[in-house]
Design a protein around this ligand. Structure first.
Ligand SMILES: [Zn+2]
Length: 208
């Protein structure tokens, strides 16, 4: 039976929502000067179930998650010199994408956090919200929630780095899709659905 089109490769565990609430509260306590209270809540959001979800989707190919392998690539994978430039959207383009999409993944709706914020929090709370280049040592919510500007038509397949072709996603949905098109991943086009709106602000209120 052919695979049905879906909104995302694998829905996040429900724990992401309680973890996001803990993080929001952690930022509130931090801003009030309660560092030890904030530390406890940063730690509480570092959940094994979120790490397991990341590993399943980003890990080795699994047909039940990634869909059957395409038999041929259309459009084809382009050699480097034929790919559109620039590789990444401009700073103004990123601001426009955030203004449109907010701080939620356009595929799975996971609350996301900009990388600069993840790194700043890790500097303040290295034990409780760790961020290093080693995936196994990263805080598991931050790892999954690391905000991505994702090309819907992949850059390697001729996609432009434009506001129209790019959306906010979580790291799980971006890395999990690799350089496959939406059709090859059996994904619905997220532009056909409204962005999730909520008061989640990607922890932008933290006082650094
Ligand atoms: Zn996602």
């Amino acid at each position: 039976m052919p695979m049905e089109l879906r909104r995302c490769l694998l829905a996040p565990p429900s724990e992401v929502w309680t973890a996001a609430e803990n993080l929001r509260h952690a930022v509130h306590l931090h801003n009030e000067g309660d560092r030890s209270g904030a530390a406890v809540l940063f730690r509480a959001a570092d959940l094994a179930r979120i790490g397991d979800w990341f590993k399943k989707v980003v890990g080795p190919f699994d047909e039940s998650i990634h869909g059957p392998r395409p038999t041929f690539l259309e459009p084809p994978k382009l050699p480097m010199h034929q790919r559109k430039r620039p590789r990444m959207v401009s700073a103004a383009g990123k601001r426009a994408i955030i203004a449109r999409d907010g701080y939620h993944c356009r595929f799975c709706e996971m609350p996301v956090i900009p990388k600069d914020t993840v790194k700043a929090i890790a500097l303040l709370y290295p034990e409780d919200a760790p961020w290093t280049d080693v995936a196994a040592d990263q805080h598991r919510f931050f790892q999954a929630a690391n905000l991505q500007y994702d090309h819907l038509l992949p850059h390697s397949r001729g996609g432009e780095s434009s506001v129209e072709n790019m959306v906010v996603t979580c790291a799980v949905c971006n890395y999990g899709r690799m350089s496959n098109t939406l059709a090859e991943s059996f994904l619905l086009d997220p532009r056909d659905f409204p962005s999730r709106t909520s008061s989640w602000d990607g922890l932008q209120l933290i006082v650094l």
